[in-house]
Design a protein. Structure first.
Length: 558
């Protein structure tokens, strides 16, 4: 048995690597690097850090995810999903707290991969994923309203509802020039795919609107449009690697946000890798992917970066432009590094309203409103989990939303699973036409002797099944001498089922009633034997099929 599953795709793809594949990866890497630039800057600023930290994250984490991940085409970096949680951690714990939480998340991700939890994480209920993804989208849009419209506000409340109240109170403080830049940026990004397939609309919008704003400032005297340089001091110097000071108290306080980063990163990266598999006809290694993501989230904060994960949009851009090996992702990181070293000072001229427009379009893409609307037609339990996760995400925070959403989904799953097991009472005679646990010959019915009750369990015997016996036992009226429990359709029994069955047998014995088990499978019988049921009931009262159980019941009644 393997102790861990770590097989980076980079090493397997290099075995048959050739010049033609390299040229395809080179072109894809160049384009993805250009696509990633405005997103990295926008995600960094929206998360509450300086723009260069977003690019550093894309460089360092993007390189690690491609070099060590389990997908051939995954492109990693900062994503919109992390904006809300990162901003919340910075507000509460500061940059030092974010660095430690990201490091811890990296360790958690590596742990997920080493424990082979990659396949399990992909089974998180779909309503939870849609709920918090839609909630994140709404929250991102909400955080960008001020910059999109150029509102002159001293401060913006952190609370979602208070934020919108403040926006409505400051509608008279909208700067028309900034609002125009923001709205035109959204229009350019939305229409760009119609006339440009390779150059991303976000990059077109940033170049066009930066030039427009420079012209307006230089020749029209418009000074009200805020740029990145007005808010941040831009640096193109690579930061030194710094490991933060760790204390037990700090680690304990950051466990919850770190686990949220890890779970969110795991979900998003594995979803992205799964989507990519469907396009290129490959199968990613989910456990290796998690380990690669973990390493990326350990290295990124050491160099001043923020959390990173697989990015679906950039991964699809990579695929659509010919990328087929992790080399394309490594080239994308190198391209970003060169841009950072030689062109980063130019970023100070980018209008904040334009970046807000980029994020508004990102939030629309994340919203998944069609999936949200489709889920609203599902059973009430799914709708409840969806709406609860959505509201908790926008009103409180993502940590609470994920925790409560998963707990609710687990409870609903337990309820549904308990409903799959049916316990019924059989009166007077047993229909043998569909029985598979006895040799019936020419018989079609078996008569149940007087003084004998027969119950049948259909499905797994676990939580909830035992309670159904109590509801049925009063249905016969007169107290019997023998209770036969048919277990031919019980595939397994868990500890809760064992406990309930034992209590029912002990209660019956106290009332002078003998319990006989019928049709017990080998697997279930082995569990019963290990837990002392032959001694509790008597080996002669555990029968292979119903005719033996009825014969035993007749002996007891006589």
């Amino acid at each position: 048995m393997k102790t861990f599953d770590f097989k980076p795709k980079l090493f397997s793809t290099l075995k048959n690597y050739n010049k033609q594949t390299f040229m395809a990866d080179l072109m894809a890497g160049l384009i993805v690097g250009i696509v990633a630039l405005p997103l990295a800057i926008a995600f960094g600023i929206a998360s509450g850090v300086s723009p260069e930290k977003g690019i550093i994250t894309a460089i360092v984490a993007g390189f690690a995810i491609s070099a060590l991940g389990g997908s051939k085409v995954q492109i990693g970096g900062p994503t919109g999903a992390f904006i809300v949680i990162v901003a919340g951690i910075i507000n509460q714990y500061g940059m030092q707290g974010l660095t430690i939480a990201t490091l811890m998340a990296g360790v958690f991700l590596i742990g997920f991969g080493l424990l082979r939890l990659g396949t399990i994480i992909k089974y998180i209920p779909y309503p939870i994923i849609v709920g918090f993804t839609s909630g994140i989208a709404v929250t991102i849009f909400t955080t960008q309203v001020k910059d999109l419209l150029g509102m002159d506000m001293a401060s913006v409340p952190s609370d979602f509802i208070e934020k919108w109240i403040a926006y409505f109170q400051n509608l008279t403080h909208i700067d028309p020039w900034s609002a125009g830049v923001g709205l035109v940026s959204v229009a350019i990004i939305a229409t760009a795919p119609k006339f440009s397939k390779r150059i991303p609309g976000s990059l077109i919008a940033i170049i066009v609107m930066t030039v427009v704003v420079l012209v307006l400032k230089q020749y029209a005297g418009v000074t009200s449009i805020e740029t990145i340089g007005d808010r941040f001091s831009i640096s193109s110097q690579l930061p030194d690697a710094v490991v933060p000071e760790l204390t037990w108290e700090t680690i304990k306080g950051l466990v919850a946000p770190a686990m949220t980063i890890a779970i969110l990163g795991a979900i998003e990266s594995l979803l992205s890798a799964t989507v990519a598999d469907g396009v290129i006809g490959d199968h990613h290694n989910s456990n290796t992917e998690l380990i690669g993501q973990g390493v990326a989230n350990i290295v990124s904060p050491i160099f001043g970066g923020i959390p990173a994960t697989g990015a679906i949009a950039r991964t699809m851009t990579n695929i659509n432009n010919g990328g087929r090996t992790p080399i394309a992702g490594i080239i994308h990181a190198v391209v970003l590094l060169l841009i950072f070293l030689f062109l980063m000072p130019l970023a100070q001229y980018i209008p904040m309203a334009c970046l807000a427009g980029v994020l508004v379009v990102v939030s629309y893409g994340m919203s998944g409103w069609r999936s949200f609307a489709a889920l609203m037609r599902n059973p009430k339990s799914d709708v409840t989990v969806l709406i609860l996760t959505f509201l908790l995400t926008i009103i409180f925070d993502l940590t609470i939303a994920i925790e409560v959403g998963i707990v609710c989904a687990c409870l609903l799953f337990m309820k549904r699973m308990s409903e799959t097991t049916d316990v019924k009472a059989v009166y007077d005679e047993i229909d043998l036409n569909e029985d598979a646990d006895m040799e019936r010959g020419n018989l079609e019915h078996l008569t149940i002797p007087a003084g004998v009750e027969v119950y049948e369990i259909n499905g797994p015997y676990f939580f909830g099944a035992g309670n159904k016996f109590e509801d049925l036992m009063g249905g016969f009226g007169k107290r019997p001498k023998v209770r036969i429990i048919r277990m031919r359709k019980v595939p397994f029994i868990d500890s809760t089922g064992l406990h309930n069955l034992e209590n029912m047998c002990l209660m019956s014995q106290k009332e002078g009633i003998t319990v006989v088990l019928s049709g017990v499978s080998e697997k279930v019988e082995a569990v019963l034997n290990r837990n002392g049921f032959p001694k509790l009931l008597g080996e002669e009262n555990i029968c292979n099929h119903i005719d033996l159980a009825l014969a035993r019941a007749r002996e007891i009644v006589k």
